[in-house]
Design a protein around this ligand. Structure first.
Ligand code: 1GP
Length: 248
């Protein structure tokens, strides 16, 4: 089954949680252990990526270890061609729509397109929109982050993603952000698009995750929360909370 079909089927049942693992933040073996726990507590897929990956080998080793410890699909969340691993099931083929640099909108993607085809990784098209504060990904991706009160720009970019035929929209506040994507922004974007909405950046507890889902997020990404010691109980409670929310 294609990963996109799997995600869409799961979305029919409840809002989803995706676990983001940055290969540069732990050893491949530790990444495998995190993935095993993520699967145990009900996360739907493992995303692998980070803003500064320079070594494909590290991504390969991390993905291989994750695959050996968990049966969840591994979806690459690439910052560029070097983040592509032949061992992954799929790749978010993403365009950083509010970047100032064409490299992050389409050029790096063009560089990777043949490789993705030849390696047989499933591309899943996604519009990626960076919201203030944007953090490291906002800097590296040369984004003009959307201001937290600029709801109409968020809606315009999200609708543009839909009109481009992208499968998902991702509103990203940046990894480790103190301020998450504003709930009202999620409400407005949800009201104006028909494709699933992913929200991430700074979500580390069940009540924040619940707010985002109640505002209209279909999928919640957490990364930093998985890097903490003894994260299992907290992750389990985040995932349970997300799954128990009634969709808007
Ligand atoms: C970053 O949105 C993700 O791309 C996850 O952010 O690390 O803050 O969970 P956190």
């Amino acid at each position: 089954m294609k990963v996109l079909d799997y995600l869409m089927d799961e979305l029919e049942k409840y809002p989803l949680h995706l676990s983001l693992i940055d290969p540069e933040k732990q050893s491949p073996e530790e990444a495998g252990e995190i993935a095993e726990i993520a699967e145990k507590v009900g996360s739907t897929a493992i995303m692998v990526g980070g803003s500064t990956i320079s070594e494909t080998r590290l991504v390969d080793e991390t993905v291989k270890e994750i695959k050996s410890c968990s049966s969840l699909p591994v979806i690459l969340f690439p910052c560029g061609v070097r983040s592509l691993s032949k061992y992954a099931d799929a790749v978010f083929f993403m365009s950083l729509l509010n970047s100032r640099n064409p490299r992050f909108i389409v050029r790096e993607q063009a560089e990777g397109a043949l490789l993705i085809r030849d390696l047989g990784i499933e591309p899943i098209s996604m519009g990626y929109i960076v919201i203030e504060p944007g953090m490291r990904v906002g800097e590296v991706g040369e984004a003009d982050p959307i201001r937290r009160n600029d709801l109409s720009s968020a809606v315009k970019y999200a609708l543009a993603a839909q009109y481009f035929g992208m499968k998902f929209v991702y509103l990203e506040a940046g990894s480790g952000a103190k301020e998450t994507v504003p709930n009202e922004m999620i409400v407005q974007v949800r009201k104006n698009i028909e494709i699933p909405l992913i929200v991430g950046g700074g979500i580390r507890d069940p009540s924040t995750a619940r707010e985002k889902v109640m505002a209209g997020a279909d999928m919640i990404v957490t990364g930093t929360a998985l890097e903490e010691l003894f994260f299992e109980r907290r992750l389990s409670s985040i995932v349970k909370t997300i799954r128990s929310c009634k969709r808007v």
